[in-house]
Design a protein around this ligand. Sequence first.
Ligand code: MYA
Length: 630
Amino acid sequence: MSSTRIIRLSSRLTNKAANRSYAAAAINKEKPKDAPKKRAESTKAIYDSPSFGMNMFRGLFQSSQVFPYPVSLDDERRETLSMIIGPAEKFFEEVNDATKNDEEAKIPKEVLRQFGELGALGAVVPVEYEGAGLNNTQMARLAEIVGANDLAMGVVMGAHQSIGYKGILLYGNEEQKKKYLPDLATGRKFAAFCLTEPSSGSDANSIRTRAVKSSDGKHYVINGGKIWISNGGFADVFTVFAQTQVVGKDGVTKDKVSAFIVERAYGGVTNGPPEKKMGIKGSNTAEVHFEDVKVPIENMLGEEGEGFKVAMNILNNGRFGIPAACTGSMKHCIQKTIEHVTTRTQFGAKLETYGMVKEKIAEMLLRHYVTESIVYMLAANMDKGATEYQIEAAIGKIVGSENAWWVCDEAIQLHGGMGFMKECGLERVLRDLRIFRIFEGANDVMRLFVALTGCQYAGMHLKELAKKVQSGNLKLIFSEAQKRASRSFGMSSGPSMSGVVHSALTDSAKLASISIDQFGAAVESLLREHGKNVIDQQFLLRRIADAAIDIYSMVAVLSRCSHALEQNAPSMKHEQEIVDVFCKQASKRVMVNLQALKSDDSKKEFKQLAAMAEAVCKNGSLVQQHPLGV
Ligand code: MYA
């Protein structure tokens, strides 16, 4: 995280003037549709987020976005979706050849054209701009099909619409939408998202590409280079982020990122050759260079100097596509595994009969169920107008990409030698999946983002609590003292989920409740112990993030399974078993992670780990002597 973030965060955690809303509210400028009431008693009101993810950092169970399980499909949308699923699956069976795309490292134009005819390149673009008019839930289902068949195609699709022209949808004015969306939504033109630079990967704010306003004020001149741009070799329209000189309220001129719509046709836009990659080879990845590119002033996207927030919000908004595609990919791997273990005989019995095989298959099912539950919860919340889902989207990205990697890896393992052969098809999926833990926000950085965003929010509320306690609010003092006392005597059962979770899941819900409560307490003591320095405690932040991921996952599956039980779904018993086991496992992991935050043993271990890493970095290579001495 950048030093500006450290300063900002520390001031929020410690300064008197720290009472302000956080990221998403600031990004969206207008009050979010789901914004809850501000606290009346405070003059500088603290913001109460509607997000479950934010509130778990306070040990609270904010249920509005998670219970009942949100589904955003009316009859009409359900029907449209079933009309899309068939042709999309047929397209992958009959038109697209994922193996050939991988071998030839390209997807033929004609195949992309036919993909566009399905509406898949303008999925969430309103019909008035020639898009398919799907909502995020429908789009997620489509992404699932794409992910099950060809992740490289998913990347072309995602780079084009989830991020490439998403800025025009989210921030474009009417003129910009009318001018660009119809061609992009139909695939007559392609888009790319140009953020990353040689010196700026995870640290997205540090880009060097520069846009200078012309003296007549009619255009900007852009110079700079971007790397690893998906669709960069053939895109016609680029969302480009560049530093601009902005005069602040204090009259001081500063570099701030702005976003622009840039057409290749302007001239001065060139690209490098396609990158040679480990996976997603069918997709095109290339450098894109901008040399004295004259961009009309009306092509600025959003406000001048607000480009970083534009970029972050595009990424937040598009992120659910990753777990959606990964869900499909996992389904494909599980399907292949089932076919294999039910037909392959070894040591005189079918593989499916062995305990170790059963355990691996069951784990695959848990990971798939969790990811799928998060994807559709997230997509439905976005459809319902939620604007605060950045923690949930980051968690979805981490969970989807890591679970899919694990599932595919174990699918290969269960296939034995066959899995390692090209012919089986799983090695391509594994190669394709590897990048999903890296791009659109590396999972390590996403973990820090989850932990710090949540801590920042909890920190603001803690400060307010302290103020109220100091002012002698007796009722509050009493209830807080009671809460802390029952926690310290191990008597707290956490926020109740009864009434929202189905009664058949009561035991699992209790585990989730206790986890939320203990998590809130752990975040509080972490903030009290480290204050602003929590930002430097990455060993601890990682464990906070992992606990947060498990807690959100538990709540997502509890909600989905409650929905299935209420509907008397034929699969409800099976789902209940998944949830029972998952919550047992996840809550144990939460406790282990929280324990590690405070135990002296862990502190010692973290110090040792840091020392080891520092030693090899200082040495420039491994430190230990070879066992043979030569
Ligand atoms: S595209 C490139 C992807 N790159 C990244 O994702 C970059 C990752 N880095 C970051 O996200 C940021 O730099 C981090 C913060 C998080 C590290 N939501 O001082 P700050 C606010 C809302 O912390 P930094 C690619 O890979 C923050 O609160 N707000 O900033 C293509 C603060 O607000 P305020 C956020 O330390 C792959 C301000 O911004 C967020 O510099 C192709 C400054 O924050 C956020 N997330 O960095 C994929 N972050 O000023 C193809 C920060 O109000 C698609 N803030 O205090 C594949 C899809 C496949 C399937 C699809 C099928 C359809």
